[in-house]
Write a protein that binds this ligand. Structure first.
Ligand code: SAH
Ligand code: SF4
Ligand code: F3S
Length: 454
């Protein structure tokens, strides 16, 4: 479908972003590419010549939502014009040009390695797709960020792990690391601009490798370049979560004592079918070593309920892992078939209602643990980074080193300043706090949370 006669050359764009932080950081690269190409971003979709939807394909629900939004945003406006709609990101890569004829309202299909071509594609405007997977690492482009004082820095793209349930390697291509020098320059520049919470980003940061440097070395150097900012990293694969990496965390005072370590399942047979390369015992061993080296470390995970063939007992082991590990927080999912992945061909699919029931059991158990963990922080005074306005009127929000959301009850200074705050109440992962002391502009509190033992 061609856009009706446009109002001249497309010049303005509006962007919606779904999925993980990788997509968020990609959208910041897209912003740079379009600004350099002479386009202007607008906050109202109805005023935009071009609409970009940066999509996620990791679960069916995310994909359906993205395609629904494309149809919704592509409607004809009062003046008879219609925006150019570019479907970007992982769903674009997954389905490619097949989307053009199949889904109403999509004019362009642009995969994650083709964003440099966006200006030309948008000017062309109709029925084009670009979904080649290459070794693109967007070197030389400075992302235009909008989340001050927090920033994500991509250190690697793609994934070679091919966990059997996961579509990411299929839509993001082969693993490639950015040059260490380029990463360190970006981190130092962000810190110089006042960013105070910097996250190194990759699908499996532990397999980072550049000019002979491994991830622990990069992390150590990045922590020096980031000072006085806090620094964290996501995501770690338990198989590659080495003692060397564990030792770097307590050695550098601005590395947040917070680790996201997806377990996916607590049962060895399912872990093996998933292709994860570790056992339940290995996993518990890794977090044991982490807790010993980094007391009070804030630990989160991802778990999947209802993988093909998962028996009630096997699921029970995931539930017991959740309790035994005592995660501060968990992202819990019901298994979703993704076409083209190895697990989609496995027999013995679990009925969706049963997947939901298991998911619910995980959610209930985690809710209790999260509440207990949060409550243990009540009455303590912890360092908090002020991040910006909260949801309520006049409210200010912040983050702890443990990545907990904080709402200030008595106002707060400018975003980008560290304070110490007394935690006065909690609601799940959200904490209410009162500012005790405002630190100087270069104040950099130790990036650990002091917490009563739960
Ligand atoms: N690279 C990261 C995360 C990638 S996707 C890692 O390895 O941990 C984020 C999470 O989505 C995964 O950890 C997994 O728990 C979940 N996920 C991925 N594919 C899924 C699927 N087909 N169904 C349900 N959850 C899935
Ligand atoms: Fe997906 Fe596994 Fe790669 Fe994570 S490590 S992105 S779960 S294939
Ligand atoms: Fe991220 Fe979703 Fe793509 S999780 S890499 S945006 S499939």
């Amino acid at each position: 479908m061609k856009p009706p006669a446009s109002r001249g050359m497309p010049r303005t764009w509006f962007m919606e972003v779904y999925g993980c932080q990788m997509n968020l950081n990609d959208s910041e690269l897209i912003r740079r590419i379009l600004l350099d190409g002479g386009f202007e971003e607008v906050a109202d979709d109805k005023l935009a010549d071009c609409i970009l939807i940066v999509t996620c394909a990791v679960r069916e629900k995310a994909e359906v939502r993205a395609l629904g939004r494309a149809a919704q945003l592509s409607g004809i406006r009062k003046d008879g014009s219609r925006p150019i709609v570019a479907l970007c990101g992982c769903v674009a890569q997954e389905h490619g040009e097949g989307l053009l004829g199949r889904v109403r309202g999509i004019d362009l299909v642009v995969g994650p390695d083709c964003y440099r071509q966006l200006p030309a594609l948008l000017l062309e405007g109709s029925s084009r797709s670009c979904t080649e997977l290459t070794s693109e690492d967007y070197e030389g482009l400075v992302p235009v960020r909008k989340a001050f004082p927090r920033a994500f820095v991509t250190i690697m793209r793609g994934c070679d792990n091919f966990c059997s349930y996961c579509i990411v390697p299929h839509v993001r291509g082969r693993e490639r690391s950015r040059r260490m020098g380029a990463v360190l320059e970006e981190v130092a520049a962000l810190s110089g601009q006042g960013y105070r919470d910097i996250t190194l980003l990759g699908q499996n940061v532990n397999s980072y490798s550049s000019d002979g440097a491994s991830f622990p070395e990069l992390l150590r150097e990045a922590s020096a370049a980031a000072r006085p900012a806090w620094i964290r990293f996501v995501t770690s694969h338990p198989r590659d979560f080495s003692d060397e990496l564990i030792s770097v965390i307590p050695a550098c005072r601005n590395i947040c004592r917070q680790v996201h370590l997806p377990a996916q399942s607590g049962n060895d047979r399912i872990l093996s079918l998933m292709g994860r390369g570790y056992t339940r015992r290995d996993y518990l061993g890794r977090i044991g070593a982490l807790r010993e080296a980094v007391p009070g470390v804030v630990l989160s995970t991802d778990l999947i309920a209802g993988f093909p063939g998962e028996s009630e007992e096997e699921f029970g082991e995931t539930l017991s892992l959740l309790t035994e590990a005592g995660f501060d927080y968990a992202f819990l999912f019901r298994y979703s078939e993704r076409l083209g992945t190895a697990a989609a061909d496995l027999p013995d699919r679990i009925p969706v209602t049963e997947r939901l029931r298991r998911l619910h059991l995980l959610q209930e158990a985690q809710k209790r643990i999260t509440e207990d963990r949060s409550a243990a922080l009540e009455g303590t005074v912890v360092p908090v980074l002020v991040t910006g306005p909260g949801a309520g009127r006049g409210q200010m929000a912040g983050r702890t080193a443990g990545n907990r959301a904080v709402i200030f009850r008595n106002g707060a200074p400018m975003p980008g300043r560290f304070v110490t705050a007394s935690i006065t109440g909690t609601d799940g992962w959200t904490h209410f706090a009162e500012v005790v002391e405002v630190l100087g502009p270069d104040g950099s509190p130790e990036a650990s949370e002091t917490r009563a033992a739960p």
